[in-house]
Design a binder for this molecule. Structure first.
Ligand SMILES: [Zn+2]
Length: 66
C-alpha cells in the first residue's frame, strides 16, 4: 500500500457498498455543485468519494469500481 492511499483512507469517509456511496455522491454533487467520483479501496474494503479535479491534480490514478 502506498502512503498516499493510506492517508486518504484516514481522511475520507468510507462507504460500505455501492448503494451508500452513490447516495452520498448525488448528495454532495448537489450541495457542492461539482462532479464527484467514487472508487473501491482495498485497504479499508469500502468505497471513497473523490472529486474528479482532485484526482487529476494529484497526478495519480484511482481504480474505478466495477
Ligand atoms: Zn480506504
Amino acid at each position: 500500500m502506498s502512503k498516499i492511499e493510506w492517508r486518504q483512507c484516514k481522511r475520507k469517509n468510507r462507504y460500505r457498498d455501492m448503494h451508500a456511496v452513490n447516495q452520498y455522491k448525488k448528495m454532495c454533487e448537489r450541495s457542492r455543485g461539482k462532479k464527484l467520483d467514487f472508487y473501491w479501496c482495498d485497504i479499508c474494503n469500502g468505497y471513497h468519494l473523490t472529486s474528479l479535479e482532485a484526482t487529476e491534480a494529484n497526478g495519480y490514478k484511482l481504480r474505478m469500481a466495477d
